[in-house]
Write a protein that binds this ligand. Structure first.
Ligand code: GLC
Length: 538
């Protein structure tokens, strides 16, 4: 592993969705004590740390991404004391702890918004984005909410509209106001003082909006739509020029970095949903004075062929310089990769090679709970749907509940997650691939992930080296990772057919310890279905 200051560079961060990890109290909802109980398991995966999705005080209309007190734990998840215990246990296991910071918007229940909406003259009057209606009473401009409808809701007291990029109950903080910005940085300092190792920054390119409130232009016919929202969502029909990714954000990210730098060894990973996500990721993570890392929806999207992935990598490489990506193929917002990418594939073999590919890219990695088990997306019937986003766009888009169902620990009652019926149903297909079933089988996806991560750490080129894509034919994905004297050629067969290729470089030895099979005769490589090869080259 790496030193304590740069652990995040090439680190693998295991994302925990607290509601669905482990219910220690028997109320059907996961909690902090449940997470603490399972940290040994997390450490056994050979990951570097965890990212905890929000556990702060919240009315839970967006399941914690609507915060009403940034400095406390919601009683549903436990207490601040429980968090301190979690942190100490994680650190004793050598795991870093990153927490989610949702500073772009608050809950409408947050005291700042309660005050702000009272009238136009209170102390927080300008802390949110308020604007007068057009003369005909309609919203100030054409901006849309990702979760449906206009991005503006009228408030009768102020006789004004307020901005929200998500639910109407998630008012957007006005980052043009210096006091509001500072207050959010102070909230972050609270957690740094408690000893957290970093933040996942929700919607990091949404902090600022155009102060002139100009209309967004439509996406020209035939041009590609915004990543990060389903195509059935009209939000993707606009070019998001004025509502997000404003130039002022860069200066704020520098202030945020200055705060982080007061706490050596801490880090940030920003979430970027944008019209030009890779450009934004490069812009925000280059130079060592803004974010440490960011992730985009490029690999959280539908396309998945070797040539698509190659194109994403090459595009980022062209822009990158010293920018540092964090790649993710699953998380709490998208259909699980085993289904999204692997629906037509072998459900056991495919996730292993897909994850091996993910772990070999240049950058850090977010690994979503259950991804190490190769879990398919759960089928959640309409009557059980919780996600407000799913309710709005049903049935074309069923929302995000299918990737948020309980973690299957055993094949017993409620998958060992809870003693009662959980908030989202356990997916029956998950029982066959529960942790207890995979644990003892050396060939399981779970043990393949453990092996692959140990292999990654044994080869510095794999976690911290440069990357150059090589041509190994249309069906395969190949690249060279290089650090110091070590050069590793990596080739992946993500298809269900055997593939053969002439190798583009001189192989000096085949590497072992990763668990995949390949046959090499001089410079010709034969990769059976869903296999990978790793070789030292001269
Ligand atoms: C981010 C979160 C998502 C949430 C949204 C609004 O995209 O990942 O879960 O709904 O922001 O906060």
């Amino acid at each position: 592993m790496q030193d304590n200051l740069t652990w995040w560079r090439g680190g693998v961060i295991y994302q925990i969705y607290p509601r669905s990890f482990l219910d220690s109290r028997g109320d059907g909802i996961g909690d902090l004590r449940g997470i603490t109980e399972k940290l040994d398991y997390v450490a056994s995966l050979n990951v570097d740390g965890v990212w905890l999705s929000p556990f702060f005080t919240s009315p839970m209309l967006d399941f914690g991404y609507d915060v009403s007190d940034y400095r406390d734990v919601d009683p549903m998840f436990g207490t601040l004391e429980d968090f301190k215990v979690l942190l100490a246990k994680a650190h004793s296991l050598g795991l870093k702890v990153m927490i989610d910071q949702v500073i772009s918007h608050t809950s409408e229940q947050h005291p700042w918004f309660k005050e702000s909406r009272q009238d136009r003259t209170n102390a927080k009057a300008d802390w949110f984005v308020w604007a007068d209606p057009k003369p005909d009473g309609t919203p100030p401009n054409n901006w849309l909410s990702i979760f449906g409808g206009p991005a503006w809701t009228f408030d009768s007291r102020r006789q004004q509209y307020y901005l929200h990029n998500f639910l109407t109950s998630q008012p957007d903080v006005n980052f043009h106001n210096p006091d509001a910005r500072q207050a959010q940085l102070d909230n972050m300092r609270f957690w740094l003082d408690l000893g957290v190792d970093g933040f996942r920054l929700d919607t990091v390119n949404f902090y600022f909006h155009d102060a002139e409130l100009r209309d967004n232009p439509p996406v020209p016919k035939g041009e590609s739509k915004t990543l990060g929202a389903p195509e059935t969502n009209p939000y993707t029909w606009q070019r998001h020029v004025y509502d997000i990714s404003r130039p002022e954000n860069v200066a704020f990210l520098k202030d945020l970095r200055a705060l982080m730098d007061e706490y050596p060894g801490t880090t940030t990973v920003g979430e970027i949903g944008d019209d030009n996500p890779l450009e934004r990721m490069a812009e925000y993570t280059a130079g060592g004075d803004k974010l440490h890392m960011a992730y985009t929806f490029d690999l959280l999207n539908k396309p998945r062929s070797a040539s698509y992935i190659r194109q994403v990598i090459e595009r980022f490489q062209r822009l990158a310089g010293d920018a540092w990506p964090c790649w993710a193929t699953s998380n709490h917002d998208v259909e699980r990769s085993a289904s999204r990418w692997g629906a037509e594939e072998d459900p056991i073999a495919y996730p292993k090679v897909m994850l091996a590919m993910l772990f070999s890219l240049r950058g850090s990695v977010c690994l979503y709970q259950g991804e190490e088990l190769g879990l398919p997306e759960a089928d959640v019937p309409f009557e059980r749907i919780q996600d407000p986003y799913g309710k709005v766009l049903w049935p074309e888009f069923k929302g995000r509940d299918g990737c948020r169902t309980p973690m299957p620990w055993t094949d017993g009652t409620q998958a060992g997650f809870s003693s009662i019926e959980p908030w989202l149903p356990v997916e029956t297909r998950h029982l066959d691939v529960a942790v207890s079933r995979q644990q003892e089988n050396p060939d399981s996806t779970l043990n393949s992930v453990r092996r692959m991560l140990a292999f990654r750490y044994a080869h510095p080129a794999l976690f911290d080296g440069e990357l150059n894509v090589v041509d190994v034919g249309e069906e395969l994905l190949g690249f060279i990772r290089e650090k110091g004297d070590e050069k590793v050629l990596c080739v992946f067969n993500l298809t269900g057919n055997e593939q053969q290729t002439a190798l583009p470089a001189n192989v000096t030895s085949d590497l072992e310890g990763h668990g995949f099979n390949a046959a090499r005769k001089d410079n010709v490589l034969t990769l059976p279905a869903y296999q990978a090869a790793f070789m030292h080259i001269g």
